[in-house]
Design a protein around this ligand. Structure first.
Ligand SMILES: Nc1nc2c(ncn2[C@@H]2O[C@H](COP(=O)(O)OP(=O)(O)OP(=O)(O)O)[C@@H](O)[C@H]2O)c(=O)[nH]1
Ligand SMILES: [Mg+2]
Length: 277
C-alpha cells in the first residue's frame, strides 16, 4: 500500500532551495508520520535545473519523487497535477507547501497533528501566534487586505485565505473535484479553502510564522494578485449556497463529525489551535 501522507511542493527555478528543503522536510518527518510519507516535487521544466537536482536528491533520500511538467503553467495547475498523482497513489492526506522556506518545515508536525481532527488545516499568519517576517508594509497590507476582502466577499470565517501551507484530507479533494478548481496563484488557495468550507468540511487555522524568501526569486506578480480580485468576485457567484446540502458531507444524523454540513447559526467551521511549537 502507498504512504498515506503526501507533501506536494511546486517548483519553478528553485535550484538554490530545493535540495536543502527536501532534506529539511525529510528530517522533520522521518519516523514521525504513521504509515510513512512521500514528498512530491512538481516541477514545471525549470530552466535552472531544479527538476534534475530534485531527482538526484530523490535517489538518495528514497522518500521523494518528481513530477516533471513541460513548461511553466502556473501554481494552481501544478498543484492540481500533484494532487492527482497523490490521490492516484492512495494518499489520505495531502500537504501543500512552497519550496522557498517561507513555509518552515519545522511547522509540519504541528500541522499534521491538527489534521488528525480536521479536514483542512491552514498554516495561518493572521491568528494569534502567527505572523510574517521581513515583509514591507505594502506587502503586509496587500496580503492582509486580500484575505479580508476574500473573507467578506465569500463569507468564509478564515483569517488567512491566501496562504499555501496546508493539509487537506483526501475526502475533501474528492468531494470538491479537482476539475472544479480554475484559479491560479493566490486565488487558487482562496478557492480551495472556500470550496472545502462551503462543502461542509472542518477548517482549522494553526499559527505559522512566514519568512520572506532569502534565495531564488519570486514568481508572484501584480497580474496574479489582480487575478485574485476578480476571481473572488466570480467565485462568490459560483459557490454553493451555505444552507444547501453539501455533496461531500455525511448524512445529517451522522453527528458532529467532520464533513457534516452546518446549518445557519451553528458554530463556524473555522477554528484556531493554540501555538504549541
Ligand atoms: N510548478 C510550478 N511551481 C510554481 C509556479 N509558480 C510558482 N511556483 C512555485 O510555487 C511556490 C510559491 O511561489 P513564490 O514565487 O514563492 O510565491 P510567493 O511565496 O507568493 O512569493 P514570494 O514571497 O515573493 O516568494 C514556489 O515554490 C515556486 O517555485 C509554476 O508556474 N509552476
Ligand atoms: Mg514564496
Amino acid at each position: 500500500m502507498s504512504e498515506p501522507t503526501w507533501i506536494v511542493i511546486p517548483t519553478y527555478n528553485e535550484r538554490e532551495n530545493i535540495e536543502r528543503l527536501l532534506r529539511a522536510v525529510d528530517a522533520q518527518l522521518a519516523g514521525a508520520v504513521p504509515g510513512g510519507y512521500r514528498v512530491l516535487v512538481v516541477d514545471d521544466g525549470s530552466p535552472d535545473g531544479t527538476g534534475a537536482l530534485a531527482e538526484r536528491v530523490a535517489v538518495e533520500l528514497g522518500t521523494v519523487e518528481v513530477l516533471h511538467r513541460r513548461s511553466k503553467d502556473g501554481l494552481g495547475r501544478a498543484y492540481v497535477a500533484g494532487f492527482r498523482r497523490a490521490l492516484d497513489a492512495g494518499a489520505q492526506m495531502v500537504v501543500e507547501m512552497d519550496a522557498d522556506f517561507s513555509h518552515d518545515p519545522a511547522h509540519l508536525p504541528r500541522l499534521l497533528a491538527a489534521a488528525r481532527t480536521a479536514d483542512v488545516v491552514l498554516g495561518s499568519r493572521y491568528v494569534r501566534g502567527g505572523g510574517v517576517e521581513n515583509w514591507s508594509l505594502t506587502r503586509r497590507l496587500l496580503s492582509r487586505g486580500g484575505s479580508l476582502y476574500a473573507r467578506h466577499m465569500l463569507g468564509v470565517p478564515v483569517r488567512d485565505l491566501t496562504g499555501g501551507f496546508k493539509c487537506i484530507r483526501r475526502r475533501v479533494l474528492e468531494s470538491i473535484g479537482l476539475d472544479s478548481i480554475g484559479a491560479d496563484g493566490y486565488a487558487f488557495q482562496i478557492e480551495l479553502t472556500a470550496l472545502a468550507f462551503r462543502a461542509g468540511f472542518t477548517v482549522v487555522e494553526v499559527p505559522i510564522v512566514f519568512a520572506d524568501r532569502t534565495a531564488g526569486t519570486s514568481k508572484m506578480s501584480g497580474r496574479i494578485a489582480l487575478e485574485a480580485v476578480w476571481l473572488v468576485a466570480a467565485l462568490r457567484r459560483r459557490l454553493p449556497d451555505p444552507a444547501a446540502p453539501a455533496p461531500g458531507a455525511a448524512p445529517p444524523d451522522a453527528g458532529p463529525s467532520p464533513g457534516r454540513p452546518r446549518a445557519a447559526g451553528e458554530q463556524p467551521a473555522a477554528g484556531t489551535l493554540p501555538d504549541r511549537g
